[in-house]
Design a protein around this ligand. Structure first.
Ligand code: 5RP
Length: 229
């Protein structure tokens, strides 16, 4: 009998990053997300970079990585539509709704996702949940609104914490702050996303239900599973 060592989370991320290449149409501009799983996708993209016209990126960090491997990065305003947007998630449910923003890039991620005909989520199996809300919900806010938005979450039973970096409020690529909200059970992601979007001072809520995934490439012990929604 042969025994094999289970794949590590990092290896599962590499597996789905590689698998995402099959959604990249030669000659197209591809939408590229942010995070450690997407970094594996960018590594894989380096092996076919001559077939890719360029990318629209969702963060300064991904832009730097893409440029480092020689892929031209276009401004989102230069592109009317993308065939595909490839990004990770902090959580994804059985309908393709996601929580995103663990890497603080949620606003640009939602913008690039909105440009794409298809959102392909790449994730290891730890990200698949029955109900969104275990991962603290990231919300990008205008700094003067943080206390007000935190009170609104408290009224819903959530606890909002200002995200810090090196002891100071984290500043996003857009010059804003992030609240991480615990204690929410997101049973109706579409409705909650719409509701929070109405609050003054909220730039972006990390619920991706209106901008959900159409495909999820899930890294599992049995290999890459393709979920479609
Ligand atoms: C960044 C994101 C990422 O997609 C999310 O945090 C998952 O990251 P990782 O692939 O590192 O687990 O939304 O804002």
């Amino acid at each position: 009998m042969t025994t094999s060592t289970p794949l590590t989370q990092d290896e599962l991320k590499a597996l789905v990053g590689q698998a995402a290449l099959r959604y990249v149409v030669p000659g197209d501009i591809v939408g590229v997300g942010t995070g450690s799983t997407v970094n594996k996708f960018i590594d894989a993209l380096a092996t076919v970079k001559d077939q890719v016209r360029g990318a629209v990126s969702s963060s300064v960090a991904s832009t730097e990585r893409l440029r480092a491997i020689g892929i031209p990065v276009f401004d989102a305003n230069e592109v009317e539509q993308l065939g595909v947007y490839i990004d990770g998630a902090d959580e994804i449910d059985g309908q393709g709704h996601m929580v995103k923003g663990g890497g603080a890039a949620l606003t640009r991620e939602k913008i690039v996702a909105a440009l794409a005909r298809q959102f392909v989520c790449i994730a290891d199996e730890s990200k698949l949940v029955d109900t969104l809300g275990r991962f603290p919900l990231p919300v990008e806010v205008i700094p003067m609104a943080t206390a007000h938005v935190a009170r609104r979450f408290a009224a819903l039973g959530g606890q909002a914490t200002l995200r810090l970096k090196d002891g100071q409020p984290l500043v996003t690529d857009n010059g804003q702050h992030i609240l991480d909200v615990t204690g929410l059970s997101i049973t109706d992601p579409l409705a909650l996303e719409s509701q929070i979007n109405q609050w003054p001072g909220v730039v972006t809520v990390g619920i991706f239900a209106h901008q959900k995934a159409q495909v999820c490439l899930l890294g599992t012990a049995q290999g890459v599973k393709t979920l479609t929604f």
